[in-house]
Design a binder for this molecule. Structure first.
Ligand code: DGJ
Length: 695
């Protein structure tokens, strides 16, 4: 039974290996009492979990509440803050009821005096050991309620000695992993940029002494691409308070009579077997339930992207030549990045004018598309629909369509403004413009970019509260446009990009088929970015292009190819200027990738060794009885050329045929997992691809 309820006061959510237990306390508060390995005897939890209240310690402040409102005598980080029409600012609730749902549970917290309730909604993914949580606040009265904070979920973890992993990156430095110790006070990770952004990911990953394979990890990922906040607080009462959801900075929501506010969901779980099991559970959940169904069980094609080859200088003939080389190499999807639309000579102009530039494409874009299709490839385009340049037709016609404050000069980022997506006319324009682009051309793929943060959100109305509704409204309308576009063009693959990996989150995953991982394509940096990225997101969503090597780093092409083959392979070299032997090597490796991509894109990923600790990075992908291993030695030292690596996930009693650069071995699963496989690498930037198969 996934849900057990004991005497209407203990509520236990069970997945295959975990239990999450809540309790209605004697004073009516709802608290969390346990999260960890599965315990079926839930009646054992029927003892008071609240510490005794005394003159100095207030019960509600101490309690590991399931969804603590601001107010009362609570001083911990809250999940909810609201104001009733008469100025009363606290939500004084009782657990008023519950309802079982298919694979889930709904708990209802009702205010004791005011017509307002909060539903806490849980859905269980038993096999993946993950719980989905979100909250819905309902105004049941006749007057407005002002919401000032409405998190998706709150979690309590016993103890104040956790370590927290976060990804405090920057542009071209995505998924830069840091570990904080939570011993006292509060740690906040957030975005206030109107997108997920690079500075943190909307997630928490907490542990004490976990490694890849051992010990407890608690994790949760927010399915939201806008301003978020993750607050981790070591309370004075020896438990850690985790609150995750929409950022409350510059957020308000007016809840009119009869209306409800629904938060984004959090997908949370517990692993007793370290980070590896966490990643497997998350990847499986994403593959089975979150990715758009159109492509979730199909491998992504090998693409070519023109950005690093031609930047803004896009011309029909030069793109045709690139396409010919790409087809020769085995590319399946040819993508023209920025620079294809009306007057786009550089980044100061043309955003918003989404029609092909007649000077660059005198016979229209279809000439190039037909050429690409004639070469046996599909065609794709770059767009950045939420933005406009001052120097554009769109802005000249609609100068009032951007976020701005009336009496100040408007700020530009990358020379562009952000379109005011809270205006219905802008939403319709965007949808119709993109719809027309896709209807008029045979386009199979879009790269949806976002290259500046949102600011000066003053366009929604004159009322200062409505200004604070802009951030979230922008996000819901952005999702609405993508959802409707996908419904009209279900065959089109869409990649999420925001100056690289600034939109890698589970909110975007519901609408996009992949993420552009980073503008940083340096193979060595990528090894770190990709390893950390894989903690949360699967290889399929990690687009990885091979580009021309920068002068300062002499990375070998085979190494660069292997790095990109660890995700969804793309090519971004200037093929028009590439030597024939390099093109032949790319062609050969694209051929290899096509043989193994199902394993890479759908297999279980094991981070066998890491450059954080070891001399080589080794990553294994295992799909049923077949696997591949990529190994990377960036800098050999002291002539060492043999590294023993223990494989994971194999059948101990089975025999595996291992193929390593022409050498074939047959070894038992237990040997490969316990003794290990010898990997031979030497010198600088050496790498290899090893394949294995259960006999
Ligand atoms: C930022 C993206 O991350 C790049 O890949 C490229 O598409 C440029 N924008 C184009 O302006």
């Amino acid at each position: 039974m996934p849900i057990t309820i004991y005497q209407d006061r203990i509520f236990a959510l069970h997945t295959n290996h975990t239990s999450y237990v809540m309790k209605k306390e004697e004073n009516g508060l709802l608290s969390q009492v346990y999260w960890g390995k599965r315990i079926d005897a839930v009646q054992d939890f029927d003892e008071s979990s609240l510490r005794g209240e005394n003159s100095y310690h207030m019960a509600a402040d101490q309690a590991m509440e399931e969804y603590a409102p601001f107010g009362g005598m609570r001083y911990k980080e809250s999940a909810l803050k609201l104001e009733f029409a008469d100025g009363t600012k606290d939500f004084r609730y009782q657990l008023a009821g519950y309802q079982r749902m298919e694979n889930g549970l709904e708990l209802i917290l009702k205010d004791e005096f005011y017509p307002c309730q909060v539903k806490l909604i849980y859905r269980l993914y038993e096999e993946e050991d993950i719980i989905r949580r979100h909250a819905v606040v309902e105004n049941l009265g006749k007057e407005d309620i002002l919401l000032e904070k409405c998190a998706s979920a709150q979690f309590g973890l016993a103890g104040c000695d956790f370590k927290s992993l976060q990804f405090n990156g920057a542009w071209a430095k995505e998924f830069y992993k840091k570990q904080d110790s939570l011993q006292g006070g509060k740690k906040v990770y957030e975005s206030l940029r109107g997108s997920t952004a690079h500075v943190a990911n909307p997630c928490f990953v907490l542990h004490r002494d976990a490694d890849e394979w051992n010990n407890d990890v608690y994790f949760g990922l927010l399915a939201y691409s806008g301003n978020f906040k993750v607050s981790l607080e070591a309370t004075p009462y020896d438990w850690t308070n985790v609150v995750i959801g929409i950022n409350d900075t510059d957020f308000s929501w007016v809840l009119k009579p009869g209306e409800a506010f629904e938060t984004p969901a959090v997908y949370a779980g517990y692993s007793a077997e370290g980070f590896s099991a966490m990643s497997h559970r998350l990847h499986q959940l994403q593959r089975r339930y979150l990715m758009p169904k159109t492509l979730s069980d199909k491998p992504l094609k090998v693409l070519y992207n023109s950005w690093y080859a031609t930047y803004f200088d896009v011309r029909c003939e030069q793109q045709k030549k690139l396409a010919e080389k790409a087809a020769q190499a085995g590319v399946e999807l040819f993508v023209v990045d920025d620079g294809w639309f009306l007057g786009r000579e550089d980044d100061t102009r043309a955003l918003g004018d989404w029609t092909p530039d007649p000077e660059k494409f005198p016979n229209g874009l279809n000439e190039l598309i037909d050429h690409v299709k004639g070469l046996g490839m599909e065609f794709g385009l770059w767009i950045e629909p939420e933005m406009v340049n001052e120097n554009s037709r769109l802005f000249r016609e609609h100068p009032d369509w951007i976020y701005r404050f009336e009496n100040r000069p408007v700020l530009k980022g990358r020379n562009q403004y952000v379109l005011d997506l809270t205006k219905e006319e802008v939403v319709s324009w965007m949808l119709e413009t993109l719809d027309r682009l896709l209807s008029d051309h045979d386009i199979h793929y879009l790269k949806w970019d976002m290259n500046r943060a949102i600011s000066e959100t003053g366009a929604f109305g004159q009322n200062s509260v409505e200004h604070k509704m802009v951030w979230h409204t922008h996000m819901t309308n952005f999702y609405r446009v993508v959802r409707e576009l996908r419904a009209r063009h279900p065959e089109v693959e869409i990649e999420a990009c925001a100056s690289g990996g600034g939109r890698a989150d589970l909110g975007a995953m519901e609408y996009f088929d992949e993420y552009w991982t980073s503008d940083n394509t340096d193979p060595l940096d990528r090894l770190f970015i990709q390893e950390n990225y894989s903690l949360l997101y699967p290889a399929k969503y990690m687009r990885a292009w091979v580009t021309d090597s920068p002068d300062e780093r002499k990375v070998s092409l085979p190494f660069a190819l292997h790095v990109s083959m660890c995700g969804s392979l793309g090519i971004g070299c200037n093929l028009n200027a590439l030597e024939e032997e390099k093109l032949a090597l790319i062609q050969e490796q694209i051929g290899v990738y096509k043989q193994i991509r199902n394993i890479v894109q759908f297999g279980e990923l094991y981070r066998l060794t890491s450059l954080e600790r070891e001399e080589i990075q080794t990553v294994e992908y295992l799909l049923k009885n077949q696997g591949v291993i990529f190994a990377f030695l960036p800098q050999g030292r002291f002539g060492k050329d043999r590294f023993r690596v223990k494989l994971k996930g194999l059948e101990a009693a089975g025999t595996y045929r291992v193929t390593d650069r022409g050498k074939i071995l047959e070894k038992s699963g237990v040997y490969l997992m316990e003794y290990g496989l010898e990997v031979n690498l030497r010198g600088d930037y050496d790498s290899c691809l090893i394949r294995f198969q259960l006999l």
